[in-house]
Design a protein around this ligand. Structure first.
Ligand SMILES: [Zn+2]
Ligand SMILES: [Zn+2]
Length: 133
């Protein structure tokens, strides 16, 4: 699968029970559909958080194409997080794209259930020192 930003082939990593695709060029992360849910777990806070995703208002950020179906992705934000990152989501539901630092940004700001696996995933990927934006 090629990175939607720099078009280089991404590497697949198996971490925290999900297979993620990672771009070593731009440090972006692709999660297939359903993997975000696995990472966040089944708790009520995490479910609310996922439900709060909605289409972002028009922005200047360029459109990206889904690495799976090659359609333009839509920009989404989580209404739960103020000034949170803008993510790219495949309109066909293939998955979610996180630019460098966006996944980290989300777990810092969102109220998620204890025991979600995102911290573990980031620690496995980047070591204890998860890098800042
Ligand atoms: Zn890239
Ligand atoms: Zn797609």
């Amino acid at each position: 699968m090629d990175c939607p930003v720099c078009k280089n082939p991404m590497i697949t990593m198996e971490l925290a029970d999900v297979e993620i695709d990672y771009c070593t060029g731009c440090n972006g992360i692709w999660l297939d559909e359903g993997e975000m849910e696995i990472l966040l777990g089944n708790g009520g806070k995490s479910k609310d958080f996922i439900r709060s995703f909605h289409k972002a208002p028009q922005t200047g950020e360029g459109q990206r194409k889904c690495p799976i179906c090659d359609k333009n992705m839509e920009k989404i934000v989580a209404s739960e997080i103020e000034a949170g990152p803008m993510l790219d989501r495949c309109v066909n539901g293939d998955g979610l794209w996180f630019d460098k630092g966006e996944l980290h940004n989300i777990i810092e700001k969102a109220s998620l259930d204890e025991g979600n696996k995102i911290k573990q995933l980031l620690a496995d990927m980047f070591g204890q020192e998860t890098e800042d934006r």
